[in-house]
Design a protein around this ligand. Structure first.
Ligand code: TYD
Length: 214
């Protein structure tokens, strides 16, 4: 067929995993490396990434909001995602830019679906309402024992502690299991990286996977 362009390169990448796994730092390192190679890339994060979504983030993560219902929490994450997606992610993808997003739908499936016990199906359906069928092309899962992750974040005194950080170790353990189950379910999309290694080793492993995809 004449004029048919088959796009094989992946554009939309998400970084997932627990607090303290180093994903935000590694994401910045990867962005620099991609830019050095002349790629057009945007880095963003959830919840947030746009003015409205950042305002929703303040409501969700405020440690004072102890009475927030789990369904309200899931809906707010989905609302922030919808706005972020329409305003920032989709336009960038349409322009052929690489998008690297710190957390996305898998966070909702793991934290709200399993951590909060709302169930994967319900959380998936509100997210489909928010973003349709557009899943990330590739997801890097930073796998880490939550004991190590929580110890790392407690060691960084000036890091903001949010409403989910203060959940029990059992909650974070459930989230880890949920992520690993998602990786088993979607092996063609989700790559698991051992995040207990040094930052440099984690970065090298992520880069190895990513450079072949872009
Ligand atoms: P943030 O400070 O960005 O965490 P981190 O540095 O660990 O990525 O806070 C985001 C918090 O929100 C984090 O505890 C995970 C949680 N979260 C969900 O529970 N569901 C979601 O859909 C998203 C995007 C984040």
């Amino acid at each position: 067929m004449e004029g048919l362009v088959i796009m094989t390169n992946k554009l939309f990448f998400t970084f997932e995993g627990p607090e303290g796994a180093g994903k935000t730092t590694v994401l910045k390192m990867v962005v620099s490396k991609l830019q050095e190679e002349g790629k057009e890339v945007i880095a963003t994060r959830e919840p947030g990434g746009s003015v409205i979504a950042e305002e929703i983030r303040q409501v969700i993560l405020n440690p004072a909001h102890t009475e927030m219902d789990a369904k309200t929490e899931a809906l707010l994450y989905a609302a922030a995602r919808s706005q972020h997606f329409v305003e920032k992610i989709e336009p960038a993808l349409k322009q052929g830019k690489l998008v690297l997003c710190d957390r996305f739908i898998d966070s909702s499936l793991a934290y709200q679906g399993i951590g909060r016990g709302l169930g994967i199906e319900g959380v998936k359906s509100i997210n489909e309402f928010a973003i349709g069928q557009r899943m990330p092309d590739m997801t890097i899962l930073f796998d880490l024992d939550p004991k190590i992750g929580l110890a790392r974040i407690n060691a960084h005194k000036n890091r903001e502690i949010n409403r989910l950080d203060v959940e029990s170790l059992a909650f974070h353990q459930k989230v880890r299991e949920a992520y690993l189950k998602l990786a088993e379910e979607f092996p063609e999309r989700i790559y698991v990286i051992d995040a207990s290694q040094s930052l440099e080793e984690v970065f090298q492993n992520v880069w190895k996977v990513l450079k072949n995809a872009v």
